[in-house]
Design a protein around this ligand. Sequence first.
Ligand code: ADP
Ligand code: ADP
Length: 207
Amino acid sequence: MRIVFVGPPGAGKGTQAKIICSKNHIPQVSTGDMLRAAKANGLLPADLVARMDQGGLVPDEVVIDLIGRRTSEEDAANGFLLDGFPRTVPQAEALSELLEKRGTKLDVVLALDVPEELLVERAIFRRTDKRTGQVYHLKYNPPPSDAELEHRKDDQEDVVRNRVRVYQAMTSALLPFYAERGLLVQVDGVGSVDEVTHRVLAALEKV
Ligand code: ADP
Ligand code: ADP
């Protein structure tokens, strides 16, 4: 299966993506994770680091190149889940072209719907264990006492609100792009992780 997860920051894309990927034995491909890894290794140019820290998007060419390379790896031959890509219509068009050249296509685009106040609460209390990469939530999924917690710079409230604005501006064109192609399925992202997983699995069964 070739799945795309779309959703505002903090919607729960990464959380659900991990569950769906392990059930379906497909890799989770997150442009956000790839960019953060490049940043941590000092491989991301300073202007792109600044854009990420402020909650803006990095240029389309950068993420299109990352996705092109990652999805051509062997473990992605039978499917993958894209988490956080595409975010703009030019990215979506580039993805369609890339898959067409390989004689494949997307099966479904799942959009997780979560209202802004809940997004802010989910994002600002998000913490990641540096050693394991495991994502926790201070209120809903508290970390163990020995975790080495990291708080993403772009998970400060004002930056989260900016990222939500950026998301709304870009999806106003991206969601219709996929709706017109009959690929878009909206999933209610409010509720426990398990509840949302059930809705996602139900949506995937219909594909
Ligand atoms: P979240 O999971 O909170 O939605 P991500 O981890 O997907 O956020 O993205 C973090 C940041 O990485 C974004 O704010 C943006 O700067 C950059 N980024 C990630 N994916 C893309 C993309 N497809 N296009 C442009 N920028 C991206
Ligand atoms: P995204 O990848 O869309 O930015 P994450 O999956 O990282 O979102 O989730 C954001 C935060 O909210 C994390 O701290 C995660 O543990 C928590 N979270 C995710 N889904 C739920 C849920 N259904 N209920 C409560 N907290 C959640």
